[in-house]
Design a protein around this ligand. Structure first.
Ligand code: UDX
Length: 451
């Protein structure tokens, strides 16, 4: 159990056992609270009750099993049970994008309505899902509309900033906790719950808290697109974006993180939240052109990966392209919004043969691409006789490799490094043709077709 034990133990329910819901529920249980995690997907709840975790998140399995054994965490598919258990109810259901980019809030509305019909004592209902500004108000109206017993309730916004792959660490050691409330009682309860984390707590009104989430994610996405735009200039003049990023990032006002140039961002949050924020602004009469450009630059980076292959191979029809990495980032099996999807589709459209390896995401990739690709058992099998290797995800196991072996086994010693993980000097010495992003290209004369 966490060393930061809650001083007051709350009965908490978390609705939604997705990535955010599961991590939130198990971390709150680890702080000593009595937590019920509810999902209407009975198959998922069956798995969780058996101690199996439906997603890959380092440390989560252990956290769930310890806290289940200690009696601090249990799972149910019954909304009735969840509402009866929790004085505090976190809503962590999905808010998937509609065709237009707008968030679909029907799951949130559904949960709010069900809570209203079932509650028979005070409840603090907390939005944890990423939702547009003013959702808190709509949740409150919905509860007022459907409430059956005369009991008080509060609504609050408490956005999450968890990164996949380090979600437990991010929950337990946040840079800040944001709490949007409109009552003293709600403020007190949430401050008590988060107090033991010893992080700065920002108390705001509900709308400001809702905006902080979209603004944070959009800002981070903007940082990535900014450095990617700078990387294009670096390429034109032969400068090194790694050095430029270091030089600007050491200015504390800018900061060094999220300045890694490459094939761009993916995931279940940045692409979706950007679209949603652009849409929210549009609905409010503001054309957020800056964010539209952030999105455009990101799309361009993926196309650039294929362009870099073409610049060297000219025609890619019937060429064998090896891809290392598919997950949208390391330490996850998640391929939602992952750049690899567009890259593979483009390669297949051009008639290339694709051989793919990812340490965790293979099963998810098979669901999308089926028989269209070759799925390699390991990284070295993927590059056998390949005309080019593309690095898409910077897993640790791709960082330290035997370049001599690679050179021997590939048809051409040619690497497109979408995450800039390799040393230019090393690749130069080993005779590779190398295209990073925003770095000097190596068009090595020592390369050539394997004898
Ligand atoms: C993000 C936010 O970081 C988190 O606060 C929020 O709660 C959810 O969305 P996540 O999507 O898990 O988290 O991943 P993150 O580590 O932020 O990376 C997002 C994408 O940006 C990845 O595809 C990553 O490869 C890419 N990225 C990140 C870059 O291309 N360059 C960088 O410098 C940093």
């Amino acid at each position: 159990m966490s060393k930061n034990i809650a001083r007051k133990v709350y009965n908490i329910s978390v609705i939604g056992a997705g990535h955010v819901g599961l991590v939130t529920a198990s971390c709150l249980a680890d702080l000593g609270h009595k937590v019920c995690c509810m999902d209407n997907d009975s198959a998922k709840i069956d798995l969780l009750q058996k101690g199996e975790i439906p997603i890959y998140e380092p440390g989560l399995k252990e956290l769930v099993s310890t806290n289940t054994l200690q009696g601090n965490l249990f799972f149910t598919n019954s909304m009735k049970e969840a509402v009866a258990h929790g004085e505090v109810i976190f809503i962590a259901v999905g808010t998937p994008p509609k065709e237009s980019g707008e968030a679909d809030l029907s799951y949130v509305e559904n949960v709010a309505r069900e809570i209203a019909q079932l509650m028979d004592s005070y409840k603090l209902i907390v939005e944890k899902s990423t939702v547009p500004v003013e959702t808190g108000e709509k949740v409150k109206n919905t509860i007022n509309l459907y409430i059956e017993k005369d009991v008080p309730f509060d609504v609050a916004s408490n956005p999450e900033f968890l990164r996949e792959g380090s979600a437990i660490h991010d929950f337990m050691h946040p840079d800040r906790v944001v709490i949007g409330v409109d009552s003293e009682r709600a403020e007190r309860v949430l401050t008590e719950i988060y107090g033991p984390l010893n992080a700065p707590i920002i108390i705001t009104d509900i709308k400001s808290a809702e905006l902080i989430k979209h603004a944070s994610n959009s800002f981070l996405a903007m940082k990535i697109s900014f450095i990617n735009a700078v990387s294009r200039i670096c390429e034109k003049v032969g400068a090194d974006v790694e050095k430029v990023a270091q030089g600007i990032g050491l200015d504390k006002r800018i900061g060094q993180e999220f300045l890694n140039a490459g094939i761009g961002f993916g995931g279940s949050c940045f692409p979706k939240d950007l679209d949603a924020f652009i849409h929210i602004a549009e609905n409010l009469g503001y054309d957020f052109k800056l964010l539209k450009e952030v999105k455009r630059i990101n799309e361009e980076q993926k196309r650039l990966a294929v362009q870099k292959i073409k610049d060297v191979l000219w025609i890619i029809k019937d060429k064998k392209i090896a891809i290392w990495g598919g997950a949208f980032k390391p330490e996850t099996d998640d391929i939602r919004g992952a750049p690899v999807i567009d890259i593979i589709n483009e390669l297949l459209n051009e008639g290339a043969t694709v051989s793919l390896y990812d340490p965790q995401a293979m099963e998810n990739l098979k669901i999308i691409f089926g028989e269209k690709l070759h799925y390699a058992d390991d990284k070295y099998q993927a590059i056998e006789d390949a005309d080019c290797l593309v690095i898409v995800t910077e897993w640790d196991e791709f960082r330290n490799i035997d370049f001599d072996f690679l050179r021997q086994r590939m048809k051409l010693p040619f690497i497109v490094d979408g995450r800039n993980i390799f040393s230019l000097q090393k690749l130069q010495d080993k005779g590779f043709i190398y295209c990073g992003f925003g770095r000097p290209q190596i068009t090595n004369s020592k390369s050539g077709v394997k004898k």
